[in-house]
Design a protein around this ligand. Structure first.
Ligand SMILES: [Cu+2]
Length: 109
């Protein structure tokens, strides 16, 4: 049956598109980093974090001693982020719990 087949194909295609979208969850976390001595330390951590698969963006500030990381929590864990920072010789503490990155609406501050 021709129609039945087309419907099946359309279902399959939308499934293939929607499933990865639903699975990948982008979250944002703020970490307090201690032990940084200069701007270069911050840059170094930033580079290490950005290298991790699943990390979308990493911004580390020496001035505020914080790292803001946007990552896909189905691909990389918060534990892994902390471990990566600690491996470089710094201490990392979660400042704000991972939150889904608001795309259409902004979270209240
Ligand atoms: Cu430094």
């Amino acid at each position: 049956m021709k129609f039945g087949r087309l419907a099946l194909e359309l279902t399959l295609i939308s499934f293939l598109i929607l499933v990865p979208l639903a699975w990948s969850k982008e979250v944002k976390v703020e970490l307090k980093i201690s032990g940084m001595l200069c701007e270069l330390c911050a840059k170094g951590i930033e580079t290490q974090l950005a290298k991790l698969p699943g990390v979308k963006a990493a911004t580390v500030s020496y001035e505020t001693a914080t790292a803001i990381v946007v990552y896909d929590d189905t691909r990389v864990s918060l534990r892994k982020l902390k471990k990566t920072i600690e491996k470089s010789g710094f201490k990392a503490e979660v400042k704000s719990k991972p939150s889904e990155r608001a795309t259409s609406r902004q979270a209240p501050r």
